[in-house]
Design a protein around this ligand. Structure first.
Ligand SMILES: C[S@@+](CC[C@H](N)C(=O)[O-])C[C@H]1O[C@@H](n2cnc3c(N)ncnc32)[C@H](O)[C@@H]1O
Length: 282
């Protein structure tokens, strides 16, 4: 069956099977209202592969020898990668003025600070964290800083590693940092400077993948903002459990402003800081 725009049509049964498969692989959940979006976003894959139905496409995703490559491609197609520098500024203020001093005051002899931007998209969040830290002379001089930034989309990671951004990435109220931490390219884009870039390392990682996550070192602070909003509850629980295991005792978890741990986890303490409400591992 073909839809009105000439591509294959996604039947209800195919939709349920396909969306369950996607949810199990990466956590992203398409509800009944998103059937058309899924059909539209994936139809070009069927055309490219010369596959005539979504049923056949699901079979390809499960059993074909190229299935791993295809999965990587559909993560690029299905994820929402909206992001910009200094997003949710009040939370960044909590990070800078309240969370960092508390974490560092409990460090004792350890002089390393590890922060994870989980679901970093094209890198703006991780570089924002790096810019905030770079302005703190005491931390820069006395600590070994590791900002690990990960995403499931290879396309986003490529952009993040290049570190060249257009005007759309600068949407915060203040943008004076633009002239300090970026150089202007010939085509009027902004290239992040090396002293910021070298504080961040990027990696391809699926937040549902316990085995991959087990290989990471423990973290002092995890930023996972505007990622779980696209997941179903079951997947959120798996991801939050992974963060819990990775955080040091007293470590912080920062979610997006529309996200919370209600009905997801009771393992964290809710901290009402002056600038924001955040989660902390006891
Ligand atoms: C809307 S962006 C958020 C970017 C940034 N954290 C922010 O708040 O501006 C969500 C990102 O989560 C990533 N993502 C979605 N599912 C993921 C998964 N299972 N593992 C890792 N990253 C995932 C997407 O690729 C996307 O880049």
């Amino acid at each position: 069956m073909w839809n009105i725009s000439g591509g294959p049509q996604l039947s209800n049964e195919e939709f349920i099977n396909l969306r369950n498969f996607i949810k199990e692989k990466c956590g992203i959940f398409f509800d009944e209202n998103s059937k058309y979006i899924l059909e539209k976003r994936l139809s070009s894959r069927l055309v490219d592969l010369k596959i005539e139905s979504f049923k056949e496409y699901l079979f390809f995703l499960k059993f074909d020898k190229r299935r791993e490559e295809e999965l990587l491609l559909i993560y690029d197609i299905l994820t929402t990668n909206e992001t910009y520098f200094f997003r949710e500024e009040y939370q960044l203020k909590a990070f800078s003025d309240e969370i960092l001093p508390e974490i560092l005051s409990k460090k004792g002899d350890s002089k390393s600070l590890r922060i994870w931007s989980a679901g970093c998209s094209t890198g703006e969040e991780a570089y924002t964290i790096a810019m905030i830290l770079y302005n703190k002379k005491d931390i820069m001089e006395n600590y070994k800083i590791n900002i690990f930034a990960s995403d499931i989309s290879q396309r986003c990671l490529k952009i993040a590693r290049e570190g060249v951004y257009g005007q759309n990435s600068f949407r915060g109220e203040k943008d004076d940092y633009k002239n300090i931490f970026f150089t202007l390219t010939e085509d009027k884009k902004y290239r992040i400077k090396d002293e910021i870039k070298r504080l961040v390392s990027f990696g391809h990682l699926n937040l549902l993948d316990k085995r991959q996550i087990a290989m990471l070192p423990s973290m002092d602070i995890v930023f996972c903002r505007n990622v779980l909003i696209y997941f179903d509850n079951e997947s959120r629980k798996i991801v939050i459990d992974n963060f819990y295991n990775k955080l040091t005792n007293g470590g912080f978890l920062l979610l997006g402003h529309a996200e919370s741990l209600i009905n997801v986890s009771t393992a964290f303490i809710m901290r009402h800081l002056k600038n924001d409400l955040v989660y902390q591992k006891p």
